[in-house]
Design a protein around this ligand. Structure first.
Ligand SMILES: *Cc1c(COP(=O)(O)O)cnc(C)c1O
Length: 359
């Protein structure tokens, strides 16, 4: 079960506010709010200035739930047919390629607010500087209100190019002298580590969930963020192993001495990483939910519906004991790093079959 703590979301949004001063906040809730569910995001982030997402159906859903604040489609329109719905739903649009300019010219829905996207060095989406200025003038002449947006490739690290400084220089030069527009720049990493590169609007995603943009939990310890998702399950069997016994598919883990192995009802079909190695941390609760628990190492290949955990550290644990795969007691970053990935990937991959509880 994935428990989503909406008070933690609210707390994290307040922390972001503290960091960004007067900047407005687009809370980025693409990919079902990174696996946390749009419903929970709406509840916990109701004080945000706007929601940024990809899918127009999600925008419609938020409107149906009564959201009257701003909405931003982060990749703009995928098809011309969606322009009318975007307009009717009152979505702001990112504009990142020529075809979208043609659509906007055809439709003349000039009440749409636009965020023109500059490719300032990441080379993923957006117009290069010269094309950017042309696009700006074209939209401006049509009567659209046009804002300026770009995205950083390396706000979470210092040893790669382009740096935030390089991209800021490109951005500032490109928009210089253009007649109007608010700016929109920072993702979570920039909010945390590049406070001079925020823009009038910021776009935090992962930090709202209390997860580190770098993949290292310690890196965000200073920011006072709380984990939002707790993925938990329980022990459904215990095996008493003798020295030499092997566990699970491929017999990847072999007991060195007599030991107890807990079988936990959570596997890769729930979104637990199949490539998690032995030693990946699993939190086994104490005798009551209040009594804290202990970290036990994963031991053996992750299966579709189960993992196996060495219970040496938790001699009290029996069938029925609760286990936390990540969350309140165990940062998802600590699990992800063992599987050579980042928290983003694990929470986004939470499978539809996992029941979600919003608290
Ligand atoms: C996903 C996304 C964000 C949020 O990034 P985080 O690292 O989760 O803060 C911001 N801007 C754009 C364009 C995005 O696609």
């Amino acid at each position: 079960m994935a428990s989503i703590d909406t008070t933690a979301l609210e707390h994290n949004l307040n922390q972001v506010r503290r960091l960004v001063g007067n900047a407005h906040i687009w809370s980025v809730v693409k990919a079902r709010a990174y696996g946390h569910s749009l419903r929970a995001a709406l509840k916990g982030l109701s004080k945000t200035d706007g929601f940024a997402l990809l899918d127009i159906d999600d925008a419609r859903w938020l409107r149906e739930q009564g959201w009257t604040g701003r909405l931003l489609l982060l990749e703009g329109l995928f098809r011309y047919e969606d322009l009318a719905s975007a307009h009717d739903l009152g979505c702001d649009l990112v504009v990142h390629r020529e075809e979208q300019l043609d659509w906007l010219e055809d439709a003349k829905k000039t009440s749409l607010k636009l965020f023109l996207k500059l490719n300032s060095g990441m080379n993923r989406l957006g117009f290069l500087p010269e094309a950017y200025r042309l696009a700006f003038h074209r939209l401006h002449a049509l009567g659209y209100s046009v804002n300026h947006l770009s995205h950083f490739a390396n706000a979470d690290r210092v040893d790669r190019s382009p740096s935030v400084g390089d991209q800021m220089e490109c951005f500032t030069q490109t928009i210089e002298g253009l007649p109007s527009g608010e700016t929109c720049l920072a993702n979570s990493a920039a909010i945390l580590w590049h406070r001079n590169a925020l823009g009038d609007w910021v776009r935090p995603g992962i930090m709202l969930l209390g997860i580190s943009p770098t993949g290292i939990a310690q890196d965000i310890a200073h920011a006072g963020l709380k984990p939002v998702m707790t993925l938990s399950s329980e022990i459904i069997a215990v095996q008493d192993l003798k020295a030499g016994d092997c566990v699970g598919y491929g017999g990847r883990y072999q007991a060195k001495q007599a030991m107890r192995m807990g079988v936990v009802a959570c596997g890769y079909a729930d979104g637990y990483p199949r490539h998690a190695p032995d030693g990946s941390p699993v939190w086994v609760y104490g005798k009551s939910l209040e009594q804290t628990g202990v970290i036990c190492p994963l031991a053996g290949q992750v299966s579709m519906d189960m993992i196996t955990v060495d219970l040496t550290n938790a001699p009290w644990a029996q069938v029925g004991y609760r286990v936390e795969l990540w969350g309140r007691h165990l940062p998802v970053d600590d699990v992800a790093i063992k599987s050579q990935t980042i928290g983003y990937e694990l929470v986004c991959a939470i499978a539809p079959r996992v029941p979600v509880e919003i608290i």
